[in-house]
Write a protein that binds this ligand. Structure first.
Ligand SMILES: C[S@@+](CC[C@H](N)C(=O)[O-])C[C@H]1O[C@@H](n2cnc3c(N)ncnc32)[C@H](O)[C@@H]1O
Length: 390
């Protein structure tokens, strides 16, 4: 047996991964799939976009790994789908999995980790499923004179999802969850994920507004995402990705794509205002905003959202109200939601609002013409309420 050489691997990568479309799946917040699909449709060479529950699948070339990780604000991870097959027994799983050209994704002496899920399937035992997959990967690699170790801390993650006896195997090109933008230093309690903040801002058509206000801004997630969107700053510019260690990665191309993304950054005309009742949270927000480089664009103050007023034409109000037990008890959270809704109704006529609350009933149907999207945030049932204040 001759060992696969670097040049032979490059030839295989060129033949099998380049100049053709590959299958992708990007998970996102359930109920916000349409927002991700809209973002995706703005990237080049994407076809066959299909919305699934909690994600979007599509076909695209290999370069989309760079572009999707760099540019998508609402994606959780960018997964390359490597194979999907019926898998009712361990030998079936092994036989199909060893036909995947693992050398293209793992290269020389790489370590990998395996994450498994199984629903309504005969194969249930996670350790056994992972063991069969690891054996299949090594069989393929060993036949080429290569090997790779399974290591639960490895940066290259392989996902195996079993559903109704069908196995779907994917490669996580992102690494850590994409809500990690590499700017936030400190979290206020109950901070919203950046990917959800971006989903809500994009779902609210932020580009149509002159001012954005978050009157319960906490650690400033909405404000920083709004600033990034308005400046057209790619969310992935400052972080690292798992694909940077994969055998098909081309550093010169990556640097070029990042330079092109930097050249698209503009001086935004959007006014961005944040406030919070907690002095401590405003201090956290200030640090995070500075870290993200938006200190000249975002203004902050300590205010009580129940009495706060701001007169601005063409204003978008976003907020993630306290819920659960992390900030206040349920009765207090309900009372706050009611007084805040009253303040919006009385003092913000003509503004558009996008509010997450666990107390949707405070926005009475007679008083608020609004659309309601129910979803689960960190295991808590909440509602996104959106509408124009009349
Ligand atoms: C769920 S957190 C918001 C988290 C924020 N979106 C973030 O990502 O960090 C709710 C925020 O509301 C603030 N808050 C509670 N009562 C308030 C009030 N009456 N007026 C203004 N802010 C208030 C809390 O201090 C907290 O920062």
């Amino acid at each position: 047996m001759t060992t696969l050489s670097q040049r032979a691997l490059e030839r295989r990568i060129k033949r099998q991964l380049k100049n053709r479309d590959l299958s992708y799946y990007i998970p996102c917040m359930p109920k916000f799939e349409d927002v991700l699909a809209k973002e995706l449709s703005k990237l080049e060479n994407i076809s066959d976009i299909e919305l699934e529950h909690g994600g979007v699948s599509f076909e695209a070339p290999l370069d989309t790994i760079y572009h999707a990780n760099l540019n998508l604000r609402t994606a959780h991870r960018v997964l390359l789908r490597l194979g999907s097959f019926l898998s009712q027994s361990y030998p079936m799983l092994y036989d199909h999995a060893r036909k995947i050209p693992w050398e293209l994704y793992l290269g020389f002496n790489k370590s990998f980790s395996i994450k498994t899920t199984s629903k309504q399937s005969r194969l249930k035992h996670h350790d056994n499923i992972a063991e069969s997959l690891a054996a299949a990967i090594n069989k393929r690699l060993n036949d080429l004179g290569l090997e790779a170790k399974e290591d639960k801390n490895a940066k290259t993650e392989i996902y195996l999802r079993l559903f109704q006896d069908r196995a779907t195997i994917s490669l996580n090109s992102s690494g850590e969850h994409l809500h990690k933008r590499a700017y936030r230093q400190e979290h206020a309690k109950a901070a919203i994920r950046e990917t959800l903040a971006a989903s809500i801002l994009l779902k609210s058509n932020i580009e149509n507004f002159d001012t954005v206000l978050d009157p319960m801004c906490g650690s400033a997630s909405f404000l920083i995402e709004a600033a990034q969107i308005a400046s057209q700053e790619a969310p992935g510019l400052r972080r690292e990705f798992a694909f940077e260690e994969m055998p098909f990665f081309q550093e010169s191309k990556w640097l070029r794509f990042k330079r092109e993304a930097e050249a698209k950054i503009i001086e935004p005309s959007l006014e961005i205002i944040g406030s919070d009742i907690s002095k401590k949270n405003i201090a956290i927000a200030r640090n995070n905003i500075k870290e993200a480089g938006f200190q000249d664009l975002i203004s902050l103050s300590v205010e009580d959202a129940r009495a706060y007023r701001l007169e601005k034409p063409n204003l978008l109000i976003v907020a993630n109200l306290p819920y659960g037990k992390r900030i206040m008890n349920e009765a207090e959270a309900k009372e706050l939601s009611e007084s805040f809704a009253k303040n919006l109704k009385n003092n913000f006529k003509g503004s558009y609002f996008s509010i997450i609350t666990a107390n949707a009933a405070s926005f009475k149907e007679k008083e608020f013409k609004a659309t309601k999207t129910n979803f689960s945030n960190g295991g808590i049932k909440v509602t996104l309420i959106q509408g124009l204040l009349g």
